[in-house]
Design a binder for this molecule. Structure first.
Ligand code: ATP
Ligand code: MG
Length: 405
């Protein structure tokens, strides 16, 4: 069966020292997982991975896989040919005949001669290939600094030819930096927060607090949709849905009104911590940004931090809403995040929330609420949904629907 060949450029992985091969192996597996059942093999050569993919695999599927896999700095469809100029020129013609050159006016040939035994110099190879390019577009101009179009030629064990390379998401392969728990609301911020941490190699599960019927089934569907959009970046994930109606009503009736949101956030941290313990997760990730809302002041965040021993990561803490929105549009969550179903925080929010709590006082008030058994109950009734690396929900056999079964 004939194959499509894709070249993957490694970004930060190339800077890794002794454990570089572990990062490369993880990246290779993360891509393979997305291309199943079409992927067939992968070879590695000097800072690049070459993927051989079955001919039937749709191009869109490959592009989606590469552009959502952290560790990929860039990628391009490549053509491989025998190590002589006749075959190189023949294959360059083939590649160019599949390329629409009409919108470009300048080009360059970029030759890398890794095999120093090859009889022609890089310059000679470039000249021969430039002649081929001119035969496709006579009025093309050469621009070595800022060309609109480039034809790359790499002379290695064989000759590899490729044209424009598409950008990958950069970062490090997920699964190389432990596993965390993302507090995923239906809002704009938290999906972005998850992606930023995943970009540094962290795998993660997601947790959503659902206060049905105060938050509707549609709100849950929205969070499931968001999970399916971010799942490819996370290399697949689980969504834990914690039923939180009873707990929210208890807080509404028993907490000091201006502290309700703070107490709710304390509950979130302690529930997340319980799940982290049970599932072997190492950190809690949230979409908080300094001063965005009442519960995101330094004093309020310092209180929430103190409610768990786990590391709390807030990758958006110094970003403006505009920056977060831009990022959410890039990753494709924005349109879903702005759907109008309210999340539970909004519904139970006090009119005048306390923004400058005294940590010790708030901690004492939280202890007085005696939430432990209610939080244990919430964890016990938590439901699990599974998403594969392509973002599709799946139903593993013999897996209980709730966390405690
Ligand atoms: P977002 O846009 O992510 O909803 P936000 O600006 O609305 O954030 P808050 O509602 O105060 O801010 O929530 C802060 C963070 O707490 C969220 O980014 C998310 O990590 C977490 N969070 C809030 N509500 C929920 C929920 N219902 N389930 C899970 N996590 C939540
Ligand atoms: Mg929110």
């Amino acid at each position: 069966m004939s194959k499509q060949l894709y070249l993957v450029k490694l970004g930060e992985i190339s800077l890794k020292g002794l454990n570089r091969s572990l990062f490369e192996k993880r990246l290779r597996n993360n891509i393979k997982d997305k291309l199943r059942p079409y992927h067939s093999s992968c070879t590695k050569r000097k800072g690049r991975l070459f993927f051989y993919i079955d001919e039937e695999c749709p191009r869109e599927r490959i592009i989606k896989a590469m552009s959502t896999t952290f560790g990929v700095a860039g990628f391009a469809e490549a053509i491989v040919c025998d190590k002589n100029m006749e075959s190189c020129i023949e294959r360059a013609k083939q590649l160019l005949s599949r390329t629409d050159l009409s919108s470009y006016s300048t080009f360059k040939i970029d030759t890398r001669r890794e095999d120093k035994q090859f009889p022609l110099s890089s310059y000679d190879i470039s000249c021969e290939l430039a002649t081929v390019v001119f035969s496709f577009k006579e009025d093309f101009k050469v621009d070595l600094k800022h060309p609109d179009f480039a034809l790359h030629c790499e002379v290695r064990d064989q000759i590899y030819l490729y044209t424009s390379s598409l950008p990958g998401p950069g970062g490090l392969p997920t699964g190389t930096a432990g596993k965390g728990l993302l507090l995923l609301s239906g809002g704009i911020d938290s999906p972005v927060a998850g992606i930023e941490i995943a970009k540094r190699g962290c795998k993660m599960d997601c947790l959503y607090f659902h206060a049905y019927p105060y938050t509707s089934e549609l709100a849950l569907e929205k969070v499931k949709t968001l999970t399916s959009i971010i799942a490819p970046y996370l290399g697949g994930t689980r969504l834990f849905v914690v039923p939180f109606t009873e707990q929210q009503l208890y807080l509404r009736d028993n907490a000091y009104e201006d502290e309700t949101t703070l107490m709710f956030r304390a509950c979130m941290m302690q529930t997340a911590e319980r799940l982290c313990k049970e599932k072997g997760l190492e950190a809690i990730i949230t979409g908080e940004a300094l001063s965005q809302v009442a519960s995101q002041t330094l004093k309020a965040m310092s209180f929430t931090d103190s409610m768990t021993d786990y590391l709390v990561l807030r990758p958006l803490v110094g970003l403006d809403k505009e920056q977060i929105i831009r990022r959410s549009k890039e990753i494709g969550t924005y349109e879903t995040s702005i759907l109008p179903y309210e999340d539970c925080c909004v519904i139970f929010s006090p009119k005048h929330p306390l923004t400058s709590p005294i940590k010790e006082v708030a901690r004492r008030h939280f202890e007085e609420l005696k939430m432990d058994s209610l939080l244990d109950k919430a964890v016990k009734e938590t439901e699990v949904y599974f998403f594969n690396p392509n973002g599709e929900e799946f139903f593993p056999e013999n897996t209980p629907k709730t966390v405690s079964e």
